[in-house]
Design a protein. Sequence first.
Lengths: 80, 722
Amino acid sequence: MARDTSRTATGTRIPVKLHRRVCLIQTEDAVLAEELLARKKLAQDLVGRLTDRVLLVRLGRVDSVVQELQKMGHTPSVIQ
Amino acid sequence: MPLPDPAIWSEHVRRVLRRYDEALLRQVAVKLFKPRNQWPLDELIERNVATVSNVAVVDRRLEALDPAGRRVLALIGHSRQPRWKVGNLLEMLVALGDAVDVRPVLALLESGLLYPDLPDSIPRLKSFEQWLGLGGVNGLAVFAHPHVTARALGEDLGLPDLSRSHDAPPQEADGLEWPLRLAVVWQQVAGAPLRRTQQGEFFKRDLDRLRADPLLNGAAAEGIGEIPDAGLLAVELALVEGLVQENDGEITAAAPPVAWDRDLAATLESLWAAVPRLEAWNTCEGWRGSGAGANPYPSAYLLALLLLARLPEGGWARPEAVELWVLEHHPYWVQSRNEDRRSKMEDRGAAGSSSTRSALSDPRSSTLAFVLGLAYPLRLLQAARDRDGAWLVRLSPMGRWLLGVAEAPPAPAAYPQTLLVQPNLEIVAYRQGLTPGLISRLGQFAAWKSLGAACTLQLQPETVYRALEAGQTFETILQTLEQHGMRATPPALVESLRTWADKRERLGIYPSATLFEFTSAADMNEALARGLPAVRLSDRLAVVTNEGAVDFRNFRLTATRDYGLPLEKCVEVEADGVTLTVDLTRSDLLLETELPRFAEPVDPASANGRRQYRLTPASLAAGQSGGLGLRALEEWFAQRTGQPLSPAARLLLVGPLVPQLDLRQQLVLHVGTPEVADGLVQWPATRALIHVRLGPTALVVAEEHVDELRKRLRELGVGIQG
């Protein structure tokens, strides 16, 4: 029987890379992410887009990002 | 009668006993429960804790004490605050007629009925005298287990009867004034934390704000007396209550105390127990800041209420008489008065300037302001006017229960429908139906605008956002309004609430999360199936907010990146100058977002599993149109590869700017060694015939100079083929 190499066998340790102290914004949809990236003041604190709904925030800029989002009328939930 | 949570104090006793020296612990145990064997220390401590909850044993030990010792425990019991400063306890003993003597406290410590509140500077306590020798008794504190102090409550304190007969109907506050003010403090601190200087004082801006705030400093709706700096008292009470918390000089909002969710009686009990712990505020000076000197006020407050507890049923007392008794018996004021007299004799006619003298000349110098301005709004007292219009006071049923001289009063009638919710997002809260729990919930999602018989609040996006942030939901907020509303909640308000709540659900921010990057979607599914507490972001990425909850035995870490650290060099440039190989053990997420801006992924990955990208004219053009110019790319190469931008990459990037190239045919003279080429270029006879040197051994000769060159070389004996 052919071995399924794409799946980690139960009981073995799963290889994973950890990214610690990451600041992210997750939006409800891709359009909202586009809207945030188009906002000049926000864009300078957003260093990249991980997926169509996940944006990477520059280290130490979370407070100013939250403030800018609130200025835009959003009430983001801060997930600690 | 309910006690301050005994389990907490049992644990506190355990912690302190563990710091007793073995000999001291055994000495205390002998007096408390007379162990027959040489028990291990841990067992000795457990037996000690168990004994203070044994009613029969405690009663026997109390009987064996001197009256002064029993009085100390009774005073602590009446206050409902198990922790007291030794100085305050001694002040009360002296006021009750005992000598100035620390021995009753020492005897209680030795008998295991009282415990020192040990500072960190004493890791192990060898003797109580060692602890007492740390400094003046004013700075030292002790605590007693609530089970012990409850048994001492019947002790006669020898207080006089100050009663006078009166038959006017009593009036009583609803007890909500301070819960309301504390809720305002919580809201203000949640909006903008307060900050203290290194000396522990509030910054001037905060101090001015707290002194001027109309909600915190306005007259109480049912008040009969005034107190100074009510706003700052509210902050101090909120700190003691745990409604706000201080960390590194910053005061921030905390979760509401558990007592607030129980009922009004529990809330008032908690507030009453907080009064002896007020250090930075008193009824005479108002705010005096942290680190001020002696604080005789907690003992004066308790004595004042115990005098009222002594009144016969139906009896009233004039607050001035209570104050007078305290002034004449409390050692602080007796001593101050003696000093004042002596000073006047020595300096007759001179105006006094010391604080003690100003305190005595101030009509609110001691307990009058406490009785009318603080104890009455806390529902500890009832008040009535005598024939002359002066106030008379006595303990209310709530006050008698709080001082431990009567059973708990019946719960007041409940009026759950007490809110008038208006379409303009204003909420009118009628006070008779408010409870501390409702006050706390309302203050989370609406801003307090006025306090009075009817309080008003305003729903605002910021306050709703804060409530959602604290764990409330659209449904719980609406439920509170509908459960307590006198009418149906206006649709406009429901719509506003829904809009704010929906907006919040559209965006989630992870300020400091851990991202798990798997090598395949299958691996991530396996990890989630094994219980990884993560939220899926893509087919290979999942975010975890609490790394402590992850069972790392399921994982093999191939790499770890900490985004609090500087960026790492993690890309190698291959020999072709356009292929970039990512070192996955050192790369980060930023790289994954940077590379696709100007390079194309090579599919499949290189043989050793490393991820590769390639620079192409199209990918670089896309980068340039996205704002990534030559300078930015040079910086990126230096930061991520540690090398300058490769020539090939530079060529691809600046290709359109390069001037037109010239393609032509030329005769190339190939020589045997670079030295021969050097000679041809240097010798004047041949130098003019060499058009350009292409390389170490290749020279270009113009067609018209070929014959001349052959001739010159022939003179040297060198031939040319072709």
